[in-house]
Write a protein that binds this ligand. Structure first.
Ligand code: A3P
Length: 274
């Protein structure tokens, strides 16, 4: 909270900043990689020395909220690519008021929960806390008690603003990208004002970005098998299964009913659905 408070007061957005925002475990790592590869494609046209082969996407697109108070690891090149899990209304005023662009990824709340349960139990190990059972974690999730706040208000905050300011915020769904990654890589590039030329399309630039950022490729990189980005947390924990619908193997019928009801109650009428 202290770091977030300092961030809110001090962070000065630039009009050409690009913010990759998300609720945790929605596909942030993937979207950061895609955005980095799109924006920097002229600098690293040779795929062999690409930074994504030797750095985890969270190093290349760092979380703004974790940079304070040290304030030391801001990207020095522009446009700056920054990540955040902070809910929309709690962003710094300069992000909201400036012309910087936000790409927001969300994921169906069932898979998000299972991914978060696995991941945060790993984080708890590093803090010497005991693991939460799925029942304990689920109860908290349904009550909105999870890192970065209730998932429904997080998603709705960005979603509603994207309706008002479609040129500022692009909403993406993990499932949609998985289904048609080519389309969404193009859409992200256009939204960020880095559209692919006809020549790039014919030369397979989009396909090479898709391959570079694919789960199979990234999971297998040495940096993502043995590297560390934050506080001892190993990069490998950012890459688990990357499946859609894996939640069915974990949910009891009563859990399914409960979460479905919450989704209905919280999201109905908003236009956001999964
Ligand atoms: P699972 O836990 O369901 O496997 P985040 O990046 O927001 O922390 O989200 C993590 C989820 O995204 C994990 O889901 C992880 O496996 C998946 N993921 C990570 N890298 C990915 C990639 N390159 N492509 C698709 N999914 C990816």
């Amino acid at each position: 909270m202290k770091e977030i408070n300092i961030f809110q007061k001090q962070f000065q957005a630039k009009d050409n900043d690009i913010i990759v925002a998300s609720f945790p475990k929605s596909g942030t790592t993937w979207l950061k990689a895609i955005a980095f590869a799109i924006v920097n494609r002229q600098c690293f046209s040779s795929i062999h020395n690409h930074p994504l082969l030797s750095s985890n996407p969270h190093q290349l697109v760092p979380y703004i909220e974790f940079m304070y108070p040290a304030n030391s690891h801001f990207p020095t090149t522009e446009p700056r690519l920054l990540g955040t899990h902070i809910p929309f209304p709690s962003l710094s005023k300069s992000i909201i008021d400036s012309n910087c662009k936000i790409i927001y990824i969300c994921r169906n709340p069932f898979d998000t929960f299972i991914s978060a349960w696995h991941f945060f139990n790993k984080v708890r190990q590093y803090c010497s806390s005991s693991a939460l059972t799925i029942e304990e974690a689920f109860e908290m999730y349904c009550n909105g008690i999870i890192e970065f706040g209730p998932w429904w208000s997080h998603m709705l905050g960005y979603w509603k603003e994207s309706i008002v300011r479609p040129n500022k915020i692009l909403i993406l769904k993990y499932e949609d990208i998985k289904e048609n990654v080519n389309l969404y890589v193009k859409r992200v590039a256009e939204f960020l004002d880095f559209p692919f030329t006809q020549e790039e399309e014919s030369n397979g630039v989009i396909e090479s970005i898709i391959r570079l950022c694919s789960f199979e490729k990234m999971k297998d990189l040495e940096v993502n098998k043995s590297g560390i980005v934050y506080d001892g947390l190993e990069n490998k924990h950012y890459f688990r299964k990357a499946e859609i619908g894996g939640w069915v193997n974990y949910f009891s019928p009563s859990m399914t009913e409960k979460l479905s009801k919450i989704m209905e109650e919280k999201l109905s009428g908003s236009g956001l659905s999964f």
